[in-house]
Design a protein around this ligand. Sequence first.
Ligand code: FE
Ligand code: CA
Length: 575
Amino acid sequence: MTQESSPLTRRAFLASAIAAAVSACGADGFPEPQGLASTPTAVPQPETAAAPTSSPSPTPSPTTEPSPTPEPTATPEPTPTPEPVDLDTDPFVLGVASGDPTQDAVILWTRLATLPGGGPINDQTYEITWQVAVDDTFAQVVASGTVSATPATAHAVHVDATGLDPDSWYHYRFVLGQHVSPVGRTRTTPAAGTSPQRLRIGASSCQHWERGYYGAHRHLADEDLDLMIWLGDYIYEGPYRGTDDVIRVRQHPDRRAETLETYRERYAVYRSDPQLQRSHAARPWLVTWDDHEVVNNYAGDNSGSTSFFARRAAAYQAWYEHMPVRLAPPEGPDLTIHRDVIWGDLAHLFALDGRQYRDPQATDGAPSQIPGLDDPGLGIRGLGPTALDPDHRMLGADQEDWLVNGVDASPATWTVLCQQVLMQGLTAIPGDSPLIITDNWDGYFANRRELLGRLARVGADDLVVLTGDFHAAIAGDLRADPFDRSTPVVGTEFMAGPISSGFPAWRQELQSIVQLINPHMRLFEARNGYGIAEFTPEACRMTFRAVDDALDPDTAVSTIAEFMVDQGTPGIRSA
Ligand code: FE
Ligand code: CA
């Protein structure tokens, strides 16, 4: 762009660039469309689902490889020779997953279904055998048992496989009659009190199934990672509506998920993707959610509508059924999901819930007057009394206390927050009364200042925040007041690119202008992909990986940027 322009044309350019910035959240930034067809269309055809039987063999790391001659911790059990079951076809077409590792346990997940589109296979209960082994041939089974798959949970199961060794890799699988599931690979965390030399995690979010293929997951599966962090928008409740020039590359049943049946269907369609299955099978995940697991931009109880509570209950139940999480099942519309994963003394990861308890987005800031950015549904406003009220909260007071107390008690070097929406500032018009997006932390302006202050006071010097939602690769410094550069840097935020969700075509203008207006940002690129954060006692290295084309299932991936955060020095430096 030329720097020489009249205020008017510069303003117009700003407007278009900021419009791009806002629509960069794809479907996220827009109100729900009305009157969509509710007629189901074709059930998606299975892709040639290469079952994720091949365990990835990443470059071994001394601290993460299983011990060379592992001693089984339990009596090895022979491969079961179970009674055949009355299922003629493979009931494991949705794959396997694991998650929420501790130093001696991990959650194992599968769901019985005979069609990739899912749906209960029938109304029977099945007893599934599960096995954890040191090796991928299951010659050395170290833990096993049975679990009931019932229609009440859509035949999804969660097994807490306990009694495992710390800091160890394992293989796992499920067996039902004559059917054997794909083999997954998982691991435990290093023991408390130990000083691991490395934690290497993947991070991403936003995988609209209709907007693109999961080439990013194919590459993620092959990365050398200890843990995958999912930052929200695992599903989208609605069809893809094309906020960019991409028309749907594949179609799921063309109805809006609103009931338990339709949310379950959505998860099953997504989980039918072989690359997503590989990505789950490659390592444990730590999963949180954002808005589209229920509905776009929802906040808390959406002002108490009873029909919304019923919808939220259905959405949370389906999410619970399909995620590899160590959680009590939802109670009606309530499901507590904030939790942590501890990596010895190296890192303490906190998965946050910025949706269930949040106060409704502020509506009392001055509305945007910028043409094209004045649709109230975009939530672009000046800072008003609500955003500046410290009691207008994103996480809710209880979750904030849990987080601050957890950081206070933690001996870990790195504090890692895994959360939904942009925490650093993003303004369309800088200055004393910045225009902000009310769904982001900017809309909870005073709450953010207080929370970051509390975290700093309990010693979160090495604060790294991993974020989803905005459909871009973003790196930036965190300040308690993001638009006041005289306030100190208190942490760093990295947003990995979205797996497949979209953005407008004019992202080149967007990229140049956003960083000009928001100089704390070191990267803003609207690209599909993921991030890799590697933590050592000395530093965090964030690598942004982008796929060439999410519309191509065989797309290549490349590194587009790398940044470092040094232990003891908040904020980004160049890698
Ligand atoms: Fe999204
Ligand atoms: Ca979102």
